[in-house]
Design a binder for this molecule. Sequence first.
Ligand SMILES: Cc1cc2nc3c(=O)[nH]c(=O)nc-3n(C[C@H](O)[C@H](O)[C@H](O)COP(=O)(O)OP(=O)(O)OC[C@H]3O[C@@H](n4cnc5c(N)ncnc54)[C@H](O)[C@@H]3O)c2cc1C
Length: 231
Amino acid sequence: MSTQYKVKLLEKRLITDDVISLVVEKPSNFDYKAGQFSQIMIPNPENSEKFLKRSYSICSTPEENNIEFCIKLLPEGVGSNYLRQVKVGDEIDLVGPFGKFVLKEEKPLVLVATGVGMAPIFGLIKDSLINKNYKEKIHLLFGLRHDKDIFFTNELDKLKEKFDNFDYTLTLSQPSEEWSGNKGRVTDYIQKHINNTAHYYICGNIKMITEIKQILSDLSIEKENIHFEAF
Ligand SMILES: Cc1cc2nc3c(=O)[nH]c(=O)nc-3n(C[C@H](O)[C@H](O)[C@H](O)COP(=O)(O)OP(=O)(O)OC[C@H]3O[C@@H](n4cnc5c(N)ncnc54)[C@H](O)[C@@H]3O)c2cc1C
């Protein structure tokens, strides 16, 4: 049984044109693991007495004082429309935590995120480096479409500077002409980071996850070492 909580919205920031960071207060008995998700109760626009639930991964870690979400606002999405208009100070109904997309044991990690699939992956990175003091290598493949979609790279750069065992590859599938970084999809880069002892954590759309899983399977990576969360 998961508990329902009423939490205050403490911070709301636009981090790209259509992605927001929401920080809510953490109830004292909200025990979660990095990588898990929570559901937000969304007032049903068709029946004011009812709620719809939408799942959102937690991108903060249990050691942080508050809970952070990173949410893509979709045009005409019911949850998106609600979250577009909530204001700092408003109360939000949360249920959770849920999910098994969590760290199992200290192994080299290869993390693959596309879009807001970065949310739980960001939690896993911070938890392993900062809270768990992982010494094994951690490599993130982060795929976005356009230059304007880039987020969290300042934070990732700081982590990279501080922790020798962490590095990341950002790649854009539809970059501008000025873009001088990596081009293409995460599937174009995964082969460079194959490590038979690593655990793979993949989060994003189901098509990308299926393709990465196929590549890993073709390279004889054991199923038990592949963890994924599809949005
Ligand atoms: C475990 C899990 C974790 C998740 N974590 C995250 C996360 O961290 N961040 C995140 O952003 N998302 C996350 N999601 C996805 C999230 O739960 C929602 O599915 C997503 O935000 C869309 O919800 P919505 O209510 O805004 O859109 P919905 O109302 O469910 O609509 C879905 C889609 O249909 C379109 N649509 C709706 N109505 C119409 C219409 N009349 N005509 C045409 N198109 C229409 C919308 O634009 C949208 O593209 C997660 C999902 C899961 C399962």
